[in-house]
Design a protein around this ligand. Structure first.
Ligand SMILES: Cc1ncc(COP(=O)(O)O)c(C=O)c1O
Length: 392
């Protein structure tokens, strides 16, 4: 082990949303922040060095992307996902959420319908509603603690107004890594009915062994032709503040439309630090990532065991991907508002409340495990004490 993730890195007063904006956003003091999806871990050393050398240069004018930037992405996708992509397919957006908003505008009209599979990352719904399109829910089935797609329901929801589906692959907050057969079934349904598949694969690298992420468009040429794949180094390497994501579109007509939409808002320019950090992370971050995944898995085992022995009323779901634990609190029998209040005012932990992820999320909370073990221990203890008080 090269990195020591037990070491707590002080993040207060660093303009961190997680550590400096939690009080304002949640309206409570002294909260332990375990909500927004970034890590409390320092990035790989090579990323820090790349940024330092750029900072020392001292000029931060308009920036383009070097051939080595594209090579790093192409190599990473090939080596880690067995996915062969070409330089021309790589399009740009500061963030994946920006890209989702651009995609909604480029490939649908006001009033059109767009499918999502809740509970799901809530900016999916916002990206649809922001532009006066209609959200159509194809809720995931919850079978013995595991989310599955409901294909019959999906088919029944598709009519001529449905223009696309926003797929979360791997899934946040359910932590599923969709299998090839699940993706094939979804892809065939969408292909037959002319529904564009927008696959948000931002969590593609955060998959626990022996799981394997399958890029949607790697399945077949027809799928590639009918899809847009959103990727970024931001979740994988904790670079969200550098605003760099890569939207991979092999279909030329789709790509041109996406690029035109980005140009309208002038959001395709490179962030000079973001591009360098991306390149360094993809070229040198493999070992760091393995260590992070082992550490997060250790955190997951810890809370799973802790709640099982100390607070069995909370159930931590098995996680195939992401560093975001999904915890079933339904046995407490509280309303979403009561549950939120319990964790904020009594346990003093800021978690994401399940209901914001749409239907099926009520009664669950999402807890960010990309932090030191001592932070997870503290949060678990505070949650236990608050709930024991409640149950007395
Ligand atoms: C599924 C998913 N997509 C997108 C994002 C955010 O992407 P970005 O910061 O690049 O806009 C997140 C962050 O948690 C996420 O979970």
């Amino acid at each position: 082990m090269k990195y020591d993730f037990d070491k707590v890195v002080e993040r207060s007063n660093t303009a961190s949303v997680k550590w400096d904006a939690t009080e304002e956003l949640f309206g409570e003091k002294e909260l332990l922040p375990l909500w927004v999806a970034d890590m409390d871990f320092k990035v790989p050393d090579e990323v820090v060095k790349a940024i330092q050398s750029q900072a020392e240069h001292g000029i931060f004018g308009y920036t383009t992307r070097k051939p080595s930037y594209y090579e790093a992405i192409i190599d990473w996708m090939k080596d880690h996902h067995n996915w062969v992509i070409e330089k021309e397919w790589i399009c740009h957006s500061p963030g994946v959420v920006t890209a989702l908003n651009l995609i909604v505008q480029a490939f649908s009209e006001p009033g059109d319908k767009i499918i999502v599979q809740p509970p799901v990352y809530y900016p999916f719904m916002k990206a649809i509603q922001n532009h006066d399109r209609q959200v159509v829910y194809n809720p995931l089935l919850f079978n013995e603690g595991r989310f599955e797609m409901d294909f019959e329901d999906l088919i029944s929801k598709i009519d001529s107004s449905v223009k696309m589906i926003l797929l979360c692959n791997p899934q946040n907050p359910g932590g599923r890594v969709w299998t090839e057969s699940e993706l094939k079934r979804l892809g065939d349904i969408c292909l037959e009915r002319g529904v564009l598949v927008v696959s948000d694969e931002i969590h593609q690298d955060l998959v626990f062994k022996p799981g394997k992420h399958i890029p949607f468009s790697a399945i077949s040429e027809q799928f590639a032709d009918n899809s847009i794949i959103c990727t970024a180094p931001s979740k994988t390497f904790n670079l969200a503040g550098l605003q760099t994501s890569n939207i991979i579109i092999s279909n030329k007509a789709l790509r041109e439309k996406f690029v035109m939409e980005g140009d309208k808002y002038a959001v395709t320019m490179s962030n000079s630090f973001g591009a360098l950090a991306t390149e360094a992370a993809y070229n040198h971050g493999g070992q760091w990532l393995e260590e992070v995944l082992d550490y997060v898995e250790g955190n997951l085992h810890f809370i799973t065991k802790y709640f099982k022995s100390n607070l069995p009323v909370l159930k931590v779901l098995p996680l195939e991907a992401t560093y975001l634990a999904w915890i079933d609190c339904r046995e407490l029998g509280l309303t979403p508002e009561e549950l939120e209040k319990l964790f904020l005012s009594k346990a003093k932990v800021a978690l994401n409340q399940g209901y914001v992820f749409g239907p099926g999320g009520e009664g669950f909370v999402r807890m960010n495990l990309a932090c030191s073990r001592s932070t997870v221990e503290k949060a678990a203890q505070q949650m236990k004490e608050a709930i024991i008080q409640l149950l007395l």
